[in-house]
Design a binder for this molecule. Structure first.
Ligand code: ATP
Ligand code: MG
Length: 346
């Protein structure tokens, strides 16, 4: 067994200066030149800032593409993040790099300079879902029902790929609207996948204090006992996001105990029967602007995915193609009619 090398964050003999020829490792993503990224972001100018999260800041940048063309990218700067040993780190980054799906934000490359790690991604012109759903004032355009449905289907498709289609099972661990980006055609692109295993951070959006990966409101209750993220816990977060997309309201919670009035509210409307669940649909969508059948199915799907007890109460949380699907089961299909996520309601 080889001895692990020092962590990159506290070792100035960084990956950049390492003697290993990384270009020879299959799947290793492109290494960007720090000077190019600094120039492309206007020296990490505040004006180029796209947003800030638990890991650090995301900048917009213009860089030169493979064929000499100028290209818009998003540069994510990780502050206070230690990567694992360099081989482990590049192995994880190579997995992320090999993931290719139309509903994932593509990783274009990386750069490491003076202890600062930068990851370069495709730039998403329509920003993240949190801003589209909750960001605008009263005058802001309302996300159409067609876009909302398509976003749910896109995220389901990305999860299905990560969980089932890709050779090495990938758990996302932080499904939430700010990690769902929209491309020029408003297709959902899931971002920030696979990072938890590649990085060790001392400042993250992960609820470290609780010893659980993820963001409050999107963490499955069983994770508080097990401390482990699973495919099912990703599906829990997806359920929370579905409810937010259909209702236009935030899951909003300040602590684990007082979480999710939205989830409880939709359960109550569902329990009241008589089609009252449709009262949970975003009020900004007038009757006729959304499909009632689809809205009801999506709300049921959101409830089922975010069910507190996936094993017990005759509800199976599952992202994947369904066998033995029955009437009353809730699901999302792709444009070819294939089931992407189905929750069996019995
Ligand atoms: N590829 C991208 N294209 C366009 N905007 C992006 C891209 N990546 C991130 N952003 C913007 O930058 C913001 C910050 O992203 P970041 O991932 O750092 O934080 P977060 O998602 O809010 O929290 P977390 O650290 O938990 O992921 C996002 O909300 C999004 O608006
Ligand atoms: Mg993010």
């Amino acid at each position: 067994i080889k001895k692990r090398r020092g962590r990159i964050g506290d070792d100035s003999s960084s990956i950049v200066r390492s003697t290993i020829n990384f270009a020879s490792i299959p799947g290793v993503p492109k290494e960007f030149d720090y000077k190019e990224l600094r120039k492309g972001t206007g020296n990490f100018d505040e004006k180029m800032k796209l947003g800030q999260g638990g890991y650090g800041v995301v900048y917009r940048a213009t860089v030169v593409g493979e064929h000499g063309q100028s290209m818009e990218v998003a540069v994510k700067q990780f502050s206070g993040a230690n990567t694992k040993g360099q081989e482990d780190f590049l192995a994880e980054l190579s997995i992320i790099n090999l993931l290719r799906h139309r509903n994932l934000v593509k990783l274009l490359g990386w750069c490491h300079q003076d202890g600062v790690l930068l990851l370069v991604y495709d730039f998403m012109p329509n920003g993240s879902l949190d801003r589209l759903l909750f960001g605008g004032g009263p005058e802001a355009p309302v996300l159409t029902w067609g876009h909302r449905y398509n976003i749910v289907a896109g995220v389901a498709s990305a999860l299905n790929y990560l969980h089932h289609e890709y050779d090495q099972r990938v758990i996302h661990r932080d499904i939430k609207p700010s990690n769902i980006m929209l491309d020029a055609a408003f297709n959902a692109r899931l971002g920030d996948f696979g990072l938890a295993r590649a990085l060790e951070t001392d400042k993250t959006s992960y609820t470290d204090k609780l010893g659980v990966p993820g963001t409050l409101g999107y963490i499955a209750p069983e994770c508080f006992h097990t401390g482990r993220a699973t495919r099912e816990s990703d599906v829990f977060g997806f359920g929370a996001v579905i409810l937010e997309i259909v209702s236009g309201r935030r899951i909003s919670c300040s602590n684990a105990a007082g979480c999710s009035q939205l989830l409880e509210g939709v359960w109550q409307l569902h329990g009241a029967g008589g089609g009252r669940i449709l009262e949970a649909v975003d009020r900004r969508l007038a009757p006729g602007e959304f499909d009632e059948g689809d809205a009801e199915r999506l709300l049921l799907l959101g409830l089922a995915c975010s069910h507190p007890n996936p094993a017990g109460l005759h509800v199976a949380r599952a992202a994947g193609r369904a066998r033995g699907r029955r009437r009353g089961d809730a699901g999302v299909r792709d444009q070819h009619g294939a089931d992407l996520i189905v929750v069996v309601l019995r």
